[in-house]
Design a binder for this molecule. Structure first.
Ligand SMILES: C[S@@+](CC[C@H](N)C(=O)[O-])C[C@H]1O[C@@H](n2cnc3c(N)ncnc32)[C@H](O)[C@@H]1O
Length: 228
């Protein structure tokens, strides 16, 4: 893994935010912004549309997406580099899920998965490590694997660059790593509005909220398959 950090987002303290510390230095984000107490609606739709199989939730956070997958009949392995996140998953989730502390860049996993789910991990991987990440996912894929990536898209009422990512970057990194892009659509990623209030103020961001008071963060939903 390279030590070169390109932006403040590349230095985000994920382990820290699960322990009440701030996620980034330039704003106070001390509550987990992606904790909405349930699965992401856009991810639940993926589970509705996919045939249940062996699923890897990579960068699983607090495990609500993994839990929803298990409830839909998927056989789930869920990994996160934060031991604090994985401890919380193991304590709070009773479904039969293989929760593991692992780095998405070098998972040590030896099995192949039918579905790989990246819910807001891609933009959390430092820019110069994304190809390594996608190649690692390729290593644990088989010819029919479907890889779903949901990641911040640049938009006026969304996350700022470089946290939000140009579609061309995602597609070229995917191609370099052995994947083909099979679809691209726009979805909303929900989050905790209070958690990012100081961040929005400091960055002068206007973010819309939904009826439940969750942030509506514009994202790409890119699906990939192994290039034949
Ligand atoms: C934005 S959060 C999304 C969490 C979850 N997927 C969700 O949608 O609620 C990104 C997660 O990726 C994890 N993460 C960051 N870098 C990672 C890496 N290299 N390997 C595995 N997990 C990582 C963080 O600890 C964090 O839990």
């Amino acid at each position: 893994m390279s030590n070169i950090n390109n932006s403040e987002y590349d230095k985000a303290d994920f382990q820290g935010v699960y322990q009440g510390k701030t996620l980034i230095d330039s704003a106070e984000i001390k509550v987990v912004p992606w904790d909405i107490g349930k699965a992401q609606p856009a991810i639940s739709k993926v589970f509705d549309d996919e045939k249940p199989g062996k699923l890897l939730d990579v960068g699983c956070g607090l495990g609500q997406n993994a839990q929803a997958a298990a409830q839909k009949g998927f056989r789930v392995t869920a990994i996160d580099s934060s031991s604090a996140a994985i401890e919380r998953c193991k304590k709070s989730i009773t479904e039969d899920i293989n929760f593991l502390v692992a780095n998405a860049l070098a998972t040590q996993l030896e099995e192949k998965f039918d579905i790989i789910l990246d819910s807001a991990l891609y933009h959390a991987i430092p820019t110069n490590e994304r190809v390594t990440y996608l190649k690692e996912m390729f290593r644990i894929a088989h010819a029919e694997t479907k890889f779903h990536i949901i990641t911040f898209a640049p938009e006026k009422y969304g996350m700022p660059l470089p946290l939000a990512i140009q579609l061309s970057e995602i597609c070229s990194n995917a191609e370099i790593s052995g994947w083909s892009v099979t679809s691209v659509s726009r979805v909303e990623y929900k989050g905790n509005a209070a958690a990012i209030a100081d961040f929005c103020k400091k960055k002068n961001l206007e973010i819309f909220l939904d009826d439940e008071g969750f942030t509506r963060l514009p994202c790409w939903h890119v699906t990939l398959k192994v290039r034949g």
